[in-house]
Design a protein. Structure first.
Length: 175
C-alpha cells in the first residue's frame, strides 16, 4: 500500500476520535436528568408553601432542562451520523424522521434556535424574579437574548445566501 493511501485511511479513521465526545454528551444528558428530577421533587415538595412565581420559575427550569437535553440529543444523533458513522437502526418505528437528513448547516440552525429558546426561558425567569435583579442585570439579560436572536437570524440569512436562495421543490398535490 502506498504512503498516500495509508495516510488517507488514517485520516479517515480519525473520525472515530469524535466518538468519546458524543459519549460525554450522553453522560451530560444523564446529569441533566438528575438535575431535572431534583427540580421536580423541589417543585412538588414546595407545592403548598412556595410563592407562585417560584413555582413558575421551577417549571420554567424544567422546560429549560428539557430543551437542553433535547438539543444534546440532536447534536449526538446528527453529529455522530454526519462525522463518525451512520446509525444502523434500520427502520425502527421510533427513529426520528429527521435522522440522517440533518446537515451541518441544519444542525447550526437547530443549535441557535434551541439557544434562543433557552435564553428566552432564562429571560422570562429573570422577569419573574425581577426583584432579585437590578435594572442593569435585566438589561444585560435582554441584550444577551437579543444577541442570540440576531445571531440566529444572521445564521439563517447566511445559509440562505450560501444555498443561492433555492428552496426544495414542493411535493405535488395528489387529488
Amino acid at each position: 500500500m502506498r504512503f498516500e493511501e495509508r495516510l488517507e485511511r488514517t485520516i479517515f479513521a480519525s473520525r472515530w476520535l469524535l466518538a468519546p465526545f458524543f459519549i460525554g454528551l450522553l453522560v451530560a444528558i444523564l446529569v441533566l436528568l438528575l438535575k431535572f428530577f431534583k427540580e421536580l421533587v423541589s417543585l412538588i415538595l414546595g407545592l403548598w408553601t412556595a410563592p407562585e412565581y417560584e413555582a413558575i420559575t421551577s417549571i420554567l427550569t424544567l422546560v429549560d432542562t428539557t430543551l437542553i437535553a433535547s438539543l444534546l440529543l440532536i447534536i449526538i444523533f446528527s453529529g455522530y451520523e454526519n462525522f463518525v458513522s451512520k446509525l444502523n437502526i434500520g427502520t425502527h418505528e421510533d427513529r426520528p424522521a429527521w435522522m440522517g437528513k440533518v446537515s451541518f448547516s441544519d444542525l447550526k440552525l437547530k443549535l441557535i434556535g434551541a439557544i434562543v429558546a433557552i435564553s428566552a426561558v432564562e429571560l422570562l425567569k429573570g422577569f419573574l424574579a425581577s426583584t432579585q435583579f437590578t435594572d442593569e442585570q435585566l438589561g444585560w439579560k435582554i441584550g444577551i437574548h437579543l444577541t442570540f436572536v440576531i445571531s440566529g437570524v444572521l445564521f439563517a440569512v447566511t445559509d440562505r445566501i450560501a444555498e443561492g436562495g433555492r428552496k426544495p421543490a414542493a411535493p405535488a398535490n395528489k387529488e
